[in-house]
Ligand binder design. Structure first.
Ligand SMILES: Nc1ncnc2c1ncn2[C@@H]1O[C@H](COP(=O)(O)OP(=O)(O)OP(=O)(O)O)[C@@H](O)[C@H]1O
Ligand SMILES: [Mg+2]
Length: 342
């Protein structure tokens, strides 16, 4: 129970209602207004109201119908800016999709292997990994492993060896298409249908990211709610434009997701408003809050979905996953139209 609840249950969002004024009949502030002022954050919501809101959102998610996409959605999670939440988003969306019954494959394209860690799969040097897949030594079928958290979630782990791949494949004629080829071969031979294939990209615009963008139809851009967010986007959009021109004309930027959103700050709101103004069709209404549980989860080799299932982080990523799923028809149609040259 929140402090404000203990003192006065009327302080949750209905300032003034049914309470005597502290100052007297002609006073300006009622008891509940004072409590609300003291215990509310800058956004005006009290801790009690926040907990009630979280419970309601959790219950709504339990009741929600989660549509599966009619075709596989191939999504690269990319932003050349470091630390904006690419891996966190990949891991938690993948887990949320799997929790809602989707078949999911995560491809870790980052030599740091953070997605592999968070999904609880080994990624030490020497294991079979994305590195072997790109260089053609093993197929995805041989390299993928099950994530312990969810039955329908598999991972192609990366290892630090992958950092050598960019140089090693630099002279290959099809060096941008290595992942696409491996993925096409794998899916051709696979009996399993995947609803979502997510590729976690490293923070660069090098060959690994090019390979990711050539093998998917969609880019999901996590945007950290901070001052320079939009400036960094220009360079990323330019690169995506080049990929569309030269290698993958069907690539669409389908989704932007605001991460590390702090609703108590005006800055977060301003960044969200700006991104919405510039990219109204692709920004999700859901934002991901800054949350200690989200950042703690990987050290337990878990997503926040299993680590803190009723917390704000898990609920927000599940809401984002639901929103992405509900947009499947629209996105897949958009991609199909591009393929038909419209
Ligand atoms: N919503 C959040 N709340 C709190 N911490 C977060 C949140 N999202 C990400 N983090 C933390 O921020 C750091 C960077 O996140 P993450 O690794 O997902 O970013 P990234 O874009 O994948 O980074 P890189 O560019 O290095 O691959 C991590 O320590 C992560 O735990
Ligand atoms: Mg990362």
């Amino acid at each position: 129970m929140s402090v404000s609840n203990k003192v006065d249950s009327g302080s949750q969002g209905t300032p003034g209602a049914g309470h005597r004024s502290v100052i007297g009949a002609g006073g300006v502030e009622t008891a509940s207004e004072i409590l609300n002022r003291i215990f509310s954050d800058a956004s005006g919501s009290s801790a009690g109201a926040e907990m009630a809101d979280l419970t309601a959102r959790y219950q709504a998610l339990q009741k929600a119908t989660f549509p599966q996409p009619e075709q596989t959605r191939f999504i690269a999670v990319a932003n050349q800016k470091g630390g904006v939440g690419k891996t966190t988003t990949t891991v938690n969306l993948a887990s949320a999709f799997a929790e809602f019954g989707s078949q999911v494959l995560v491809i870790d394209m980052d030599p740091q292997g953070n997605a592999s860690t968070a999904l609880g799969v080994p990624h030490e040097t020497g294991i079979q990994s994305t590195y072997d897949v790109l260089e053609g030594r093993h197929g995805i079928e041989e390299v993928k492993v099950a994530s312990p958290g969810f039955e329908t979630l598999e991972v192609v782990p990366s290892s630090i060896d992958l950092s050598g791949a960019e140089l090693e494949v630099a002279d290959m004629p099809e060096r941008n298409q290595l992942l696409k080829k491996a993925l096409t071969d794998f899916l051709r031979g696979s009996k399993k249908h995947y609803d979502y294939i997510l590729v976690d990209c490293p923070p660069s615009l090098g060959l690994l990211v090019l390979n990711a963008m050539c093998s998917v139809n969609e880019v999901l851009i996590p945007v950290q709610a901070e001052y320079y967010a939009l400036e960094g986007l220009q360079q990323l959009l330019h690169t995506i434009g080049l990929v569309q021109q030269s290698y993958n004309p069907y690539l669409v930027i389908s989704t932007m997701l605001l991460t590390m959103y702090d609703k108590r700050t005006l800055l977060s709101k301003e960044v969200f408003d700006q991104v919405r103004e510039h990219y109204p069709e692709i920004v999700l209404n859901t934002t991901i809050p800054r949350s200690v549980k989200i950042s703690e989860a990987p050290s337990f080799q878990q997503s926040v979905i299993t680590y803190d299932p009723r917390g704000a982080g898990a609920i927000s990523y599940e809401e984002a996953a639901l929103e992405i799923a509900q947009r499947s028809k629209w996105v897949l149609k958009h991609i199909a139209n591009r393929k038909q040259g419209e």
